[in-house]
Write a protein that binds this ligand. Sequence first.
Ligand code: ZN
Length: 394
Amino acid sequence: MRRSFKFLLRPTRHQEIALAACLEDHRTLYNAALEHRRTAYRKAGVTIRYGDQSADLKHIRADDTGGQGRWSFSSQQATLRRLDRAFRAFFDRVKAGRTPGFPRFKGRGRFDTVEWPRDGDGCRWDSQPEHPTAAFVRLQGVGHVRVHRHRPVKGRVKTIGVKREGDRWYVVLSCDDVSAEPLPATGTAVGIDMGVASLVTTSGGEHVANPRHLAATADRLADAQRALARKKRGSTRRRKAVARVAALHGKVRRQRLDHGHKAVFALVRTYDVIVHEDLRIANMTRSASGTLTQPGRNVAAKSGLNRSILDAGWGVFLTILSYKAESAGRELIAVNPAHTSRTCAACGHRAAENRLTQAEFACTACGHTAHADVNAAVNILRAGLALRRAARAV
Ligand SMILES: [Zn+2]
């Protein structure tokens, strides 16, 4: 199976300048290739393809040895492929009858990743294995950059990426052949309901709250964005405000990941079978039934941003859950969440009136009462186990 590992880089001042130049040159390349495609298409109706642009790359490098020529040919090809994907997606949407926006130029701050498609080609993971204490990654044109490797890397390193987040730099390794580490079976199954007041509620009645500090950071981020909107374009104050917004975005991301890992770890350790809502369907039904516009009382409804940050936690949580479950040999089942919140888990009676408030469920038929999220989680578990039985019967 495939896994990715992300580590903080500790570049020297000199390397940091080289990293910034590397990123900037890849951005320039991306924009130039986009310009080329746009002009050819608009003026002559000619479609430029990846193969054409990759062939041009040789000349660009030869003409600019101190600039574009410094970096890895392969990482530049990866950048051109990225543009190619943007165009394919654009044409797919056109074909589907929609009117998508044309692929856009990447401004500073909108281009934050360079990828090397193969370890050993313009880059080398663990480039100084003889070093007694530290790990390094070698990047063409940058040098051996020190890595804060806070956990061991497993499997075989396939691609290496460098990412800028605010004023930090990270290396992202994508590894193949990562072996599973199954956990002992526990013989138990759980259903989980994902919400706003609680990130996760289990069918057993446990609530994993969205952390307070995440909501606090979200508030600060909202403030920082308002402050940014007041600053004059091109001013030093504006530049500082942009940096502050970026730093807070990074903080939200780290807090969400950290919290997601903890929540997932507890579930995967305890249960063999985990049933969750299919998020794509869940998002639609939630907004249709108005749940998103009426968050629980515990959540400060300070702004749409705050809520969207808490919501985005579901995606992160499910991503972590899916790879942890696979690695631990747990079974993960996604179910259609339709009606799970208004159906009685005790008698099956389905009515909108069953749901008294955001938090309370009281069945109008049998009188069963429960926390609304727990009731939903029990229904989710039941739906998952039914799917599982049906699959086994085939
Ligand atoms: Zn009932």
